[in-house]
Design a binder for this molecule. Structure first.
Ligand SMILES: [Zn+2]
Length: 301
C-alpha cells in the first residue's frame, strides 16, 4: 500500500516540476501513511474494548445463584473464542465423580482429585463474583466469564483472589482442599450458565490437551439435569453444533425392553445407557419397584 502511494506521488511530482507543490504532496503522503497505519492498528485492537460488561446484571456476592427469577430459553447457545481451556489444576486430571445422580441426590459438577495445597487456576478470563464460604461447597470461588458461563471452584483450603477481581485465563485462584461437605480432598468443579448447571463434560474434555469440544455448542435440558446422568460413568456425549441439530435431538426415541432373568433396574439402566431415574419416570414406577421376568419396560433416549 505504502509503495503504491509513494509511486503514485512520484509520478505526480515529476509532472508538476514545482518544488513547493512537491513539498505539499510529500506532506500529504505522510498524512496518508498515518491514516493507513491508524486503520491497521484499529483492526487489531484487543478484544477488551468490545467485551460486554458482565457485572452489569445479576451481580451479587451473597448468593450462589443470583439468576433465580430468570427464565432461560432452551436450547442454550454457548460460544468460545478459544479451542482450549486452562487446566484448573496443574497436573493430570483424574475425575473421581461425574455430573449426575449420586447417592439419591443430584451432583451438579465433577470432582477432580488433588492434594490439599495444590494450586487452582481460572479456566478462562473473567471477574470473580464470589470468594466466600458456603455450607456445602466450603471455601468457593465463582468466576464469571465473558460468554455468560460461570465456573465454580469448591472445597478450597485457601483463597488467592477476592470478589470483583478481574482475572486472566490461568490466574491463580487459591489452593484446593477439603472444606465444606467433602469426603477427601478434591476440586468440585461446576459450570453454570445464568444459574443453570451444565454437565462440564458436555463442554470440555478433561484430558491433558484441555480441549473445548467446539467453538459453538447448543445445550439442551438433558445436559442441565443430573437425573439424566450417572455420577459413576461418563454419559455418551455427542455435542450439538447447530440450533437445528439441537432441536432435532429433542425428538426422543422410545423402545421396549423385555425383562430377563437376573435383571435389576440398575443392570437394565447400565445395559441400555439410560439412568434408573429416567426408566422410573417413563414407566411410572418407583426405584424400589419389583420387576418381573417378561415385563415390558419403555426405554427413552
Ligand atoms: Zn462434587
Amino acid at each position: 500500500m505504502k509503495f503504491l502511494i509513494t509511486g503514485f506521488l512520484f509520478l505526480v511530482s515529476i509532472s508538476t516540476f514545482s518544488q513547493g507543490r512537491l513539498n505539499d504532496i510529500l506532506k500529504a503522503s505522510k498524512a496518508i501513511e498515518l491514516i493507513v497505519k491508524d486503520s491497521i492498528v484499529s483492526d487489531t485492537l484487543p478484544e477488551v474494548s468490545v467485551r460486554p460488561d458482565i457485572k452489569a446484571e445479576y451481580w451479587d456476592q451473597t448468593v450462589y445463584n443470583p439468576y433465580k427469577e430468570l427464565k432461560l430459553q432452551f436450547p442454550l447457545q454457548i460460544q468460545f473464542k478459544d479451542s482450549t481451556y486452562f487446566s484448573p489444576i496443574g497436573k493430570h486430571k483424574v475425575v473421581t465423580s461425574r455430573y449426575g445422580w449420586r447417592w439419591g441426590r443430584p451432583h451438579r459438577g465433577i470432582d477432580i482429585d488433588l492434594i490439599t495445597g495444590d494450586s487452582i487456576f481460572a479456566m478462562f478470563d473473567g471477574v470473580v463474583r464470589m470468594a466466600r464460604y458456603t455450607s456445602g461447597h466450603g471455601r468457593t470461588v465463582v468466576v464469571r466469564h465473558y460468554n455468560g458461563l460461570e465456573t465454580v471452584y469448591a472445597h478450597l483450603s485457601r483463597y488467592g483472589v477476592k470478589e470483583n477481581d478481574t482475572v486472566p485465563k490461568g490466574a491463580y485462584l487459591g489452593k484446593g482442599g477439603v472444606s465444606g461437605n467433602a469426603r477427601g480432598s478434591h476440586l468440585h468443579l461446576a459450570v453454570n450458565y445464568k444459574g443453570v448447571s451444565i454437565n462440564p463434560e458436555y463442554l470440555f474434555k478433561f484430558n491433558d490437551n484441555n480441549t473445548i469440544r467446539a467453538k459453538e455448542l447448543w445445550v439442551t435440558k438433558k445436559w442441565t439435569q443430573p437425573a439424566f446422568h450417572n455420577s459413576r460413568r461418563q454419559s455418551n456425549i455427542k455435542p450439538l453444533l447447530t440450533e437445528e441439530e439441537a432441536l432435532a435431538s429433542l425428538i426422543k426415541q422410545r423402545s421396549i425392553y423385555i425383562v430377563r432373568p437376573g435383571d435389576t433396574l440398575s443392570r437394565i439402566s447400565r445395559n441400555n445407557n439410560v439412568t434408573i431415574a429416567s426408566i422410573c419416570e417413563v414407566n411410572h414406577i418407583r426405584r424400589n419397584a419389583v420387576i418381573r421376568i417378561g415385563q415390558k419396560l419403555l426405554i427413552e433416549k
